[in-house]
Design a protein around this ligand. Structure first.
Ligand SMILES: C[S@@+](CC[C@H](N)C(=O)[O-])C[C@H]1O[C@@H](n2cnc3c(N)ncnc32)[C@H](O)[C@@H]1O
Ligand code: SF4
Length: 282
């Protein structure tokens, strides 16, 4: 890899905020977007192409959401991502065990080969109702999967954290940086997300700019739909994001720390939830 290459550890592309569940503490804030962005085929294909023209290599690239199996064009996105298989170590789909793939999707998954994996969040058999069926189907088709236990006695990472509070707790650059480094350590390192063409350090950074709580600092995200910037300019922004390792958002974030309170995953919001409330600012 060339010295000035742009290499990322993990990236999640949110292809829809529509979901079959309404988890109160959803890390993507999907229940809280109203209306829920559901990106078009053209938008996601542009995202994939532009991403791989800016980034030389990524460890894990995931299609996430919301619930990605709700997006009918997921087979097309897998096919497109496969074109860049020399530029990633693993291609993943993150799903909640509430849906089964049709033959078209299964076929595309199979074609993705050894580098492909489905991560199934198992929220218990009252919610992830097709988890066992999904595992059987994937096994029959020799598609790799990993079941992540989010119910019962043994919870992955001891449970979920609540990331809905947006109150500034860190003020100096050192404080913010230390906090961000602890959070990264606890979460397994850098995991950028792309939503609506914008790549941010995490879903919280996107959420806080979306809410207008923090300004959109041009050094803290890249917009893959911005045709006014050259690939080189976009690469330079990504390099800055990598080397800085934190954003303004981290100052306003409880983060994921060793002593963060853990919650039972996937507690559901009421069926009539409008998606308007819940972020807290004090
Ligand atoms: C936002 S979900 C989207 C994919 C799919 N809908 C699912 O639930 O697996 C992506 C991953 O984030 C995890 N997650 C969501 N909210 C979380 C939280 N508050 N704390 C920790 N992990 C969370 C989920 O369990 C899942 O593994
Ligand atoms: S299943 Fe829950 S965590 Fe996953 S996207 Fe839907 S609401 Fe969020």
């Amino acid at each position: 890899m060339a010295l000035d290459s742009v290499t990322l550890l993990r990236v999640g592309i949110i292809i829809t905020h529509r979901c079959t569940l309404r988890c109160k503490l959803c890390g993507s804030y999907s229940p809280y977007y109203n209306p829920k962005p559901h990106f078009t085929k053209e938008q996601i294909i542009t995202t994939i192409d532009k991403f791989f023209s800016v980034v030389d290599h990524v460890g894990d690239i995931s299609f996430s959401g919301g619930e990605p199996l709700l997006h009918h064009d997921l087979p097309i996105f897998l096919e497109r991502a496969r074109k860049y298989s020399s530029k990633y170590d693993r291609l993943l789909v993150l799903t909640n065990g509430t849906m089964l793939p049709d033959d078209l999707l299964l076929n595309e998954m199979k074609k993705c080969g050894e580098k492909f994996q489905v991560n199934i969040s198992n929220y218990g058999n009252d919610k992830s109702i097709y988890c066992d069926n999904l595992k059987n189907i994937l096994a029959e088709n020799q598609i790799k999967y990993r079941e992540i236990s989010y119910s019962g006695d043994k919870l992955f990472c001891d449970g979920w954290v609540d990331l809905r509070r947006h109150v500034q707790k860190y003020f100096t650059e050192d404080e913010i940086k230390n906090h961000a480094q602890m959070c990264l350590k606890q979460t397994g390192g850098q995991c950028f997300i792309i939503t609506g063409g914008e790549m941010h350090n995490c879903a919280r950074s996107y959420r806080r700019t979306y809410l207008g709580l923090i300004p959109k600092n041009p050094d803290e995200f890249v917009d893959f739909y911005d045709t006014s910037k050259s690939i080189e300019e976009l690469r330079n922004i990504v390099k800055k994001m990598i080397s800085k390792g934190f954003t303004t958002s981290c100052a306003y974030c409880d983060g994921v720390l060793p002593d963060s309170k853990r919650y039972v995953p996937a507690e559901q919001l009421p069926a009539n939830f409008s998606g308007q409330e819940e972020d807290t600012f004090e």
